[in-house]
Design a protein around this ligand. Structure first.
Ligand SMILES: Nc1ncnc2c1ncn2[C@@H]1O[C@H](COP(=O)(O)OP(=O)(O)OP(=O)(O)O)[C@@H](O)[C@H]1O
Length: 317
């Protein structure tokens, strides 16, 4: 759906983005991950033509984005800005209605869509429709920013540090809501972040950037277990332990686990990660048992089952 070919952006002496290429298929989420100044935002903004590239090309559904005016292009691309980007003198409803108004939707349709989105994003329409951004918390503003980007139901969503301004707890909560939102499940998304956890949680593919270049474009598991170079290794180093344990779910090692007693009490599901399982084992004095809904089976495990699985994953293929 989005194809970026050898994209480069130079500002006088600075090469902000250097020869970046990637493809994002329909329904996938690509995360551009990297330190500050690595070229993530510049790459993102070239996709909706807020910035024009020095060289290279971008195709959306096979069509070069230069073949249509930027305003028309942007109607099919929702954009969630760094730090909310809401208009302070517009109410919540007016902020959400910006693109539908440009598209000349009638009043009834706009109101219906606004209320639908507020409702889906856990903001009661009656309470928040007519409120101004200054009366909202950070997490609420973030939801309104997302509702605004989703309003006209664009197939593509670009998100620049969407949770960047939130405290860690709110950040985790909003991220979880986002993952579960069915409107987002069908979208093709490019998300920019410097947060490794966030990238691993949300990305189908991750492009790890440094100094304008993509150092590795890979799935989260490939980045972890087959890092392309020392930069990739070092970037993930601090959180390596947690990421490794989060990269496997109990269902992935289900066949290696012993069957539990029929009457054993269940504490986890097969869809939980080994990280969740580790936490449960650490906090429990009883045997830890997981249940798999699809096969209606119960398995029991200990620390050694988990560490063996992780070690196996780390061995070269
Ligand atoms: N308008 C501009 N003029 C000159 N240099 C620029 C301009 N915009 C960006 N740059 C430079 O290009 C490089 C990449 O910037 P960019 O904003 O894309 O990085 P980033 O990875 O998104 O960083 P952050 O996470 O801090 O937003 C930086 O060195 C930046 O200083």
């Amino acid at each position: 759906m989005i194809e970026v070919q050898q994209l480069t952006k130079k500002y006088q002496q600075t090469v902000a983005v250097s020869n970046v290429s990637f493809t994002v298929h329909a329904g996938q989420t690509l995360v551009l991950l990297g330190t500050s100044g690595s070229g993530k935002t510049t790459t993102l903004r070239m996709i909706n033509r807020l910035i024009e590239p020095t060289s290279g090309s971008i195709f959306i559904n096979g069509k070069n984005i230069l073949s249509q005016p930027p305003e028309i292009l942007r109607r099919s691309i929702g954009y969630v800005l760094q730090g909310y980007g809401l208009f302070p003198h517009y109410t919540v409803a007016e902020n959400i209605a910006i693109v539908p108004r440009l598209l000349k939707w009638n009043k009834g349709r706009i109101e219906q869509r606004t209320d639908e989105l507020l409702h889906k994003l856990q903001l009661s329409p009656a309470k928040y429709r007519h409120v101004y951004p200054s009366q909202l918390s950070g997490g609420q503003m973030q939801r309104v920013g997302l509702a605004r980007a989703l309003a006209a139901n664009p197939p593509i969503l670009l998100m620049d540090e969407p949770f960047g301004a939130l405290d860690p707890l709110t950040r985790t909560a909003v991220r979880k809501e986002l993952k579960e939102l069915d409107e987002l499940k069908k979208k093709t998304i490019i998300l920019v972040t410097h947060d490794v956890q966030e990238a691993f949680e949300l990305g189908n593919i991750i492009g790890l950037m440094d100094k304008g270049c993509i150092q590795q474009l890979a799935t989260p598991t490939e980045l972890l277990f087959q890092p392309a170079n020392d930069f990739v290794k070092q970037f993930l180093q601090q959180q390596l332990f947690q990421l490794e344990w989060q990269s496997l779910r109990l269902i992935d090692i289900w066949n290696d686990l012993p069957v539990a007693e029929n009457d054993a009490a269940i504490t986890l599901t097969s869809q939980q990660t080994l990280w969740n399982a580790l936490a449960e084992l650490t906090n429990s004095t009883l045997p830890v048992v997981a249940f798999d809904k699809a096969t209606a089976t119960k398995k029991v495990f200990n620390f050694s089952h988990l560490t063996t699985a992780i070690q196996r994953q780390k061995q070269p293929a």
